[in-house]
Design a protein around this ligand. Sequence first.
Ligand SMILES: Nc1ncnc2c1ncn2[C@@H]1O[C@H](COP(=O)(O)OP(=O)(O)O)[C@@H](O)[C@H]1O
Ligand SMILES: [Mg+2]
Length: 233
Amino acid sequence: MTSTMIKLPGYLIFNLIYDGSRTQVYRGQQKSNQQPVAIKILKSDYPTFTELLHFRNQYAIAKNLTLPGVIQPYALANYRNGFALVMEDMGGVSLKDYTTEQPLELGEFLHIAIQIAQSLEGLYQNRVIHKDVKPHNILINPDTKQVKLIDFSISSLLPRENQVLQNPSGLEGTLAYISPEQTGRMNRGIDYRTDFYSLGVTFYQLLTGSYSPKRGESSHPQAGERYHSQVNG
Ligand SMILES: Nc1ncnc2c1ncn2[C@@H]1O[C@H](COP(=O)(O)OP(=O)(O)O)[C@@H](O)[C@H]1O
Ligand SMILES: [Mg+2]
């Protein structure tokens, strides 16, 4: 893992904080002003067109949002054959990691849940649909309990004249969390309510700590049946 440390001009890189199948996230510092940053890169030497598009998209959409509940992107730098997304470091860990050991106690859940709901309301006011709301894409600072959204890779900005996105482009998002209309298998556009559907599944997991449904079950039983009928026909 030590050999995987990256180099990016203008930044000091401290440590790897996430090593996924497609991306890595590092903590570091901007040299010019000592600002703490988180830096996300694509692991592949030859990123696909879609991966590059997702990086541009997350930068472009989040850059235009100045909401306290959204992690601010600072820069989209060229890195190898792709990009490095340089963003705000709030000292956060994902809500997935934060709750995997044990579910949240009710008071803490409410404190967190209200913040996420407010962030989604902010997105709605800015005509942005996140489309991938889940505990992995929400950060919490374990000390302050402040919560912020990340990962606008597949988010959409709605046109001013229309509050509905027609013809969702195939299956995007994470199956266990997405609304039936977001599967692309319904003759229906999607709007801000798709994020609130995912928020419901997220709340269920935060309260139960349950992330791994047994075979034939879902962490959200009704949703499970619905995915089955929507996706498998
Ligand atoms: N700004 C950040 N601060 C701390 N951790 C982060 C930050 N951004 C991402 N992460 C961590 O990296 C993980 C993957 O980041 P994400 O943007 O969701 O990438 P992907 O597109 O691979 O899903 C998150 O679940 C979180 O654990
Ligand atoms: Mg993510």
